[in-house]
Design a protein around this ligand. Structure first.
Ligand SMILES: Cc1ncc(COP(=O)(O)O)c(C=O)c1O
Length: 399
């Protein structure tokens, strides 16, 4: 179709947290700040989603709604089948207003206070808070940075999985922020260790569709068809199609007893069983008709990633960008510049007025790193990088 991904869409008046309310999160942000933090894209929405929403709005009915229709299940399960050759039975699919809330509900129903939950830091910050804020024990199995490429430490994982208090593993696949798309053999090893030690696994696969050309995402559960009752997969159209504000995600729970617990707690006690009617329409249109848009966006992201790499090489040559296999969140190692965490924050967030995520929010392993959201028109990316290079390497080559 040829989307214009270079043009910036004015977000004013749209209630955008990323653009309009950034000062809530970054109090020193000024009018000229460029937000390259929260994981929204700055691209136009897919046309089929817009068309479906327009048609739906014209129906004038916005009462309580349910997604439990054959059409919805066909759209969602059809996408998994088509993209990953992954058969999902619609009865296993439950609604959640978000993946993070789902992680929180699942930890609540599957573990007891004090139980150990394994995560692999540096990792998406809410992974830690959903564990700690519910009184569970965070068990860190840190990723290993091998010359800029992150791998899992299976010996450490095995040791921690064996500890009697450990009950659950929370996997980030693809991984935010290190950008790895785990290979089949890595997932196999991780799954075997968890299963041998009787751990349940929650696999957050929200970034599953956002992988670079030539890279393949494997849904963890497809590797363990015999043990699928021990694996819960969290997915959503939100990151893939840039509709996070619609608050609809699909959680796949194969085990009937766990599903029953989920329904009792989430639908029964919390009363969270009804998605927004517009979100249902958007998700259906996205999964049925949004693939062309996604492919265009993925190609654009590939180009942005190459641009980022060559820009850093030229203007911030000591920076190391972890090879980005998936997600649109670049993980950049700035340790060689020797700035303290405070100095990095002051320079990038305050002097340069570029809102990035500081590495330490993903765990102390992220010290000296930043995460940059590159899902934006290339001119915005260029300006953001120019400002960052200007403050970190002021004597460097003029951008
Ligand atoms: C790994 C991961 N999980 C979950 C989320 C957010 O999910 P939700 O907005 O559906 O709660 C994000 C957002 O960036 C993420 O990176």
């Amino acid at each position: 179709m040829g989307y214009d991904l270079d043009s910036f869409i004015d977000p004013s008046g749209t209630n955008s947290i990323k653009w309009e309310f950034m000062s809530l999160f970054a109090p020193n942000a000024t009018e000229k700040a460029i937000p390259m933090w929260v994981a929204d894209m700055d691209f136009p929405c897919a046309e089929p989603i817009l068309a479906a929403l327009h048609r739906r709005v014209d129906r004038q009915i916005f009462g309580y709604s349910t997604h439990r229709t054959a059409e919805y299940f066909r759209a969602v399960c059809g996408w998994y089948q088509h993209r990953f050759n992954w058969y999902v039975n619609s009865t296993d699919l439950v609604y959640s207003p978000g993946v993070v809330p789902a992680l929180s509900y699942l930890i609540h129903i599957l573990t007891e206070p004090g139980d150990g939950v394994i995560i692999q830091r540096p990792v998406y910050a809410p992974f830690s808070s959903v564990i700690e804020k519910q009184g569970r024990t965070l068990v860190n199995n840190p990723l290993v940075n091998r010359g800029g490429y992150y791998v899992m430490d299976f010996d450490d994982l095995e040791r921690k999985a064996k500890e009697p208090g450990t009950k659950l593993m929370l996997l980030c696949s693809p991984h935010n922020p290190v950008g790895r798309v785990w290979k089949g053999d890595e997932l196999k090893k991780l799954g075997q260790i968890c299963l041998e030690n009787d751990l349940l696994i929650i696999s957050d696969e929200i970034h599953c569709d956002l992988v670079r050309k030539g890279i393949k995402h494997t849904p963890l559960v497809t590797l363990f068809p015999e043990h699928k009752n021990k694996i819960i997969t969290a997915t959503a159209p939100s990151k893939t199609f840039n509709i996070a504000g619609m608050h609809l995600s699909n959680i796949i729970i194969h085990d009937r007893k766990i599903r029953k617990k989920w329904l009792e707690y989430v639908s029964g006690q919390l009363r969270l069983s009804a998605p927004d009617p517009l979100a249902i329409v958007a998700a259906q249109a996205a999964y049925c008709l949004g693939e062309e848009w996604l492919e265009e966006v993925l190609a654009y992201l590939d180009n942005n990633i190459s641009f980022l790499e060559s820009y850093l090489q030229e203007h911030l040559p000591e920076a190391r960008c972890t090879p980005l296999e998936g997600t649109y969140l670049a993980w950049v190692d700035l340790r060689a510049y020797g700035y303290t965490q405070e100095e990095l924050k002051e320079k990038i967030l305050e002097e340069a007025q570029v809102l990035i995520e500081e590495g330490t929010i993903f765990g102390e392993e992220g010290k000296g790193f930043i995460r940059i959201n590159i899902a934006c028109p290339i001119n915005i990316l260029k300006e953001g990088l120019k400002r960052i290079a200007g403050v970190l390497n002021p004597k460097g080559k003029e951008a």
